[in-house]
Design a protein around this ligand. Sequence first.
Ligand code: NPW
Ligand code: ADP
Ligand code: K
Length: 508
Amino acid sequence: MFVITSKEMKELEKRTITDFDISEEILMERAGISVVQAIWNEYGEFSNKSFVIICGSGNNGGDGYVVARDLLNYTEAVRVISVGHPTTEVAKKNYERYLKHGGIVYTYSELGLEGASKIISEADIVVDALFGTGLNREINDEELTKLIEVMNLYSKCIVSVDIPSGVCADDGKIMGCAVQADLTVTFGLPKVGHFLFPGRELCGKLKIAKIGIPSLDMLTCDINKELITTEKLRLPNRPRWSNKGTYSQVIIIGGSNKYIGAPVLSALSALRSGASMVKVVSVSKVCQCAMSHDPALICVNIGEDFNVEKLEDFIATVSKDVVFVVGPGWDTQNSEEKLSIIKKLLLTSNTLIIDADGLNVLSQNIDLLREKNSSKSVILTPHPGEFSRLTKKSLEKVKQNYELVHEFSKEYGVITVLKDATSIVSDGKKIYFNITGNTSLSKAGSGDILSGLLAGLISQHLEPVEAVKTGVYVFGLAGEMVPVEGMNSAFSILNYIPEAFKRLRESK
Ligand SMILES: NC(=O)C1=CN([C@@H]2O[C@H](COP(=O)(O)OP(=O)(O)OC[C@H]3O[C@@H](n4cnc5c(N)ncnc54)[C@H](OP(=O)(O)O)[C@@H]3O)[C@@H](O)[C@H]2O)[C@@H](O)CC1
Ligand SMILES: Nc1ncnc2c1ncn2[C@@H]1O[C@H](COP(=O)(O)OP(=O)(O)O)[C@@H](O)[C@H]1O
Ligand SMILES: [K+]
């Protein structure tokens, strides 16, 4: 499903109006009616319910007046609190139509905070039509801030029109203060702010209503952002006649005397996602740990401590179709030598996933990425801290920064997965958002499981970007299967991976 910014939404609206002769008035009418329908579907019939609609001065408020008018068809218990007179032609028209239908409008300036609080607390459903995609600056007006606080404090239930007021549609950030909705009804296509935190949380349940905007193909509009959903995800093909030689090997280079378990988690995860042969190349202690967890793993022991020569010798023997994961549990000691290993791996034609300390080492010379074989696929899986080190930008600047993920991927010719509660993937062409998962994944070791899972999919010949999309989605699903959210070790996620794949297969 495509995901858009407020600017892209305005462009779609403009093309719908000019190229398809569907007026702004029709769009607003359908938007308002779709909100009423969504409320009905979610909360049941209206005869015993009371409503208050809080309308701002723009078109979001205009939608609010349509909602109010349509609700009058079902109940008299409808009131509007207007925060500023409508300023656009269509909003004005719908304000007047509502009045003509006998609608009641209170102005916030006359009611004051106390009056507004009373009305809000008495209503069963508060419809938030203050600001939508036109919010263009921080909300710093004291009276408005107090109104939003009162809405959050006293409402029994809030339905936001298009997006919770105060949430920036382009990045999900709070512009001063914001409404916490129970239900949000958006129009045409979801906006980025619906999927990035805190906006994602403030939406409550999200519904996407069709309001008559033609498909993107018809509008000849190129949108480069998508939400990862099951329909388009690819699963590995495992022909009945295949044997272990049909698939590529996965080789995990990582682990240290400090972090013994991380590469083992990656290796076990690669097996769970379908890899046929998984090797762990590491120090003795890691090999012992790997063997004790699964004797089917193959260990290449490089000695008691990190040994660059042994590692180089091993890499020189590897065939072309092997998938490498480098970094889990590596630690950052001997970083110069580790950087030289990464360089060697970049010069091979093998698909390479760089994770964890592999990324921390790489951040000392990110330009190494430019030396890679141009046809080679390199996947980087940073969490925000690692991405901040890679880009030399502050944590605050990189967090949820989908444009940066896109630019970075384009500049270095890599696929980047910025892992977080909403993960962002880019191959330098498109941007994908993943919203599966929960805090059962917020655990030390869970990133290692993801890198192994991605390698397992690539070893079964999925295209790297397809493997990443499927991998992050399935990994999230596995996290959601933990019986009590958060009451688990990352290790337990491994058990849910096959079931998560099964669920994805069945849902297609
Ligand atoms: N696109 C579509 O296809 C469709 C769009 N539709 C609907 O239109 C909505 C977008 O409408 P919109 O562009 O009129 O903007 P909206 O969100 O009402 O806010 C603008 C108003 O807020 C004000 N304002 C802004 N920031 C402020 C602040 N911090 N503090 C105080 N004031 C602030 C701003 O004032 P100004 O900047 O002029 O001073 C202006 O008055 C969209 O979300 C959807 O609901 C549907 O009808 C169906 C089709
Ligand atoms: N609240 C959450 N919701 C969804 N996914 C999450 C959440 N918290 C963490 N994750 C996922 O868990 C993984 C954590 O990886 P990472 O931070 O690298 O862990 P570690 O370094 O300990 O192995 C990432 O894929 C991230 O997207
Ligand atoms: K709103």
